[in-house]
Design a protein around this ligand. Structure first.
Ligand code: SF4
Length: 446
């Protein structure tokens, strides 16, 4: 019998990508087959994001484009899931304005996807499976099937939810409170992946540094990381995201002691101004953050440090913004994910009165990007002449004569295709020959 085809479009972060791999795994077990072509699918699922308004508008406008597909193929089932529809007002938007969407489910229903599919397949009416985290706090379900996109690179969720309530952030409302997986379950999954040949494993959580605090027997994240690094095999382990108030020196010591830990730390700063950090409810001062950065640079020479910064948070003055620029000069980040503040309905900051005008935000963003470009080019230039072990990612997306790879610190390197080209997922040694702001050019050594 011909298999039904499923097309999943994932918006947003790595957690959503990991969720989509689980959703696809469940669907495949039910007899579906993934297709990259939306037009031929029997079931289309959009896994949405709510972190910024832009992500929501993109998901909604793409949902709007499905109307004509439904008109052409009446049997097509369309579903929307993820963080966006976990919010009541967005669920209502879908209900009222997108009548061709057949079903909707929230982030605490992923483990129920098989049952949801079974109901959707039989249903003659639209189905909405959305409950708030107060009604349904979500549960950790082990052993769900996962259909991974890459054989050599895997995401492993170690926890869900967040307890921090940064005033700008919607995540605690759409992902619930922190729930950690048992360390044995994480260990078994990582060990299985390594045995299957996986070379790069990323541990995921909204705040991985809080991992294990909610378990009956607390199990700190540095301990988990140390244990995972003891697994036999040639692999690299990464993690994200960290909260500066919970990232500890002990964690950095574990990273320094194990060559299996990626030489990269993503540590979101958000602002260099203590006043703004307080209004964000981040619960650290810039000097606390900087002390940690100094410690990690001392313990792990050459570590790559990346961060997130928000520009135009309500009440941000020129002085506050200057403090962010100064923080960038001192920390010398290797990468910055910078975002214009986006008010999220239901969060405290969305009610703050002193919004920064668009033209001011635009100007500040341009200044931030210009500074970062200079710092990043200088940082990359320091790698010139060095030979680094990198993970090959296959053909370059911009030049057919090149392959792409990532250094141990996550830096992108392009290198001319050698005579005996490595495969995607192979470790290669590349000598850095040219430095640009967003990437390096390398020569293949071995
Ligand atoms: S730590 Fe703050 S920014 Fe990160 S997910 Fe939790 S509330 Fe959001």
């Amino acid at each position: 019998m011909k298999k039904k085809l499923i097309y999943i479009n994932t918006f947003g972060c790595q957690q959503n990508e990991a969720d989509s791999e689980t959703l696809l795994g469940i669907a495949e077990k039910r007899g579906y087959e993934a297709t990259p072509h939306m037009e031929e699918a029997d079931l289309i699922l959009f896994n949405t994001c709510a972190v910024r308004e832009h992500a929501e508008l993109k998901a909604l406008s793409t949902t709007g484009q499905l109307k004509h597909l439904k008109e052409k193929k009446k049997s097509l089932k369309i579903g929307v899931c993820g963080c966006m529809v976990q919010q009541e007002h967005r669920k209502e938007d879908i209900k009222q304005k997108y009548p061709y969407v057949d079903f909707v489910f929230g982030t605490n229903k992923i483990a129920d996807f098989d049952r949801i599919l079974s109901e959707v397949e039989k249903a003659k009416k639209r189905l909405f499976f959305v409950e708030s985290y107060e009604e349904n706090p979500g549960r950790i379900v082990e052993g769900l099937p996962v259909s991974r996109r890459y054989p050599y690179r895997a995401y492993v969720s170690i926890m869900s939810g967040c307890n921090n309530f940064c005033t700008y952030c919607i995540v605690p409302y759409v992902r619930g409170r922190e729930r950690s997986r048992a360390p044995e379950a994480v260990y078994a999954e990582v060990e299985g992946l390594v045995k299957a040949g996986c070379r790069e494993i990323t541990l995921l959580g909204q705040n991985v540094n809080s991992y294990g605090k909610d378990l009956a027997e607390p199990y700190p994240f540095p301990r988990l990381l140390r244990r995972l690094c003891e697994i036999e095999g040639d692999f690299v382990i990464k993690f994200m995201t960290s909260h500066p108030k919970d990232a500890t020196r002990e964690l950095i010591d574990v990273m320094a002691a194990s060559p299996k830990c990626e030489r990269h730390f993503h540590l979101p700063l958000q602002s260099g101004s203590d006043g703004i950090l307080k209004r964000m409810n981040r619960r650290y001062r810039f000097e606390d953050y900087y002390a940690l950065v100094e410690y990690m640079k001392e313990k792990i020479p050459g570590i790559s440090l990346t961060t997130d910064l928000i520009v135009g948070f309500p009440g941000e003055t020129e002085e506050d913004f200057e403090a962010t620029l100064e923080a960038m000069r001192r920390c010398r980040f290797d990468g910055v994910f910078s975002f214009v503040y986006s008010p999220r309905k239901g969060t405290p900051a969305a009610e703050y009165p002193d919004r920064v005008p668009d033209e001011v935000t635009k100007d500040r963003m341009a200044r931030l990007l210009a500074l970062q470009q200079t710092v990043q080019t200088e940082n990359n230039a320091r790698l010139l002449g060095k030979t680094l072990r990198c993970l090959c990612e296959g053909p370059s997306k911009t030049d057919a004569a090149f392959l792409s790879a990532r250094t141990d610190g996550g830096r992108l390197v392009h290198f001319p295709i050698p005579e005996n080209p490595p495969r995607e997922g192979d470790f290669v040694h590349l000598k850095m020959s040219e430095a640009r702001a967003i990437m390096l050019i390398g020569e293949f050594v071995s």
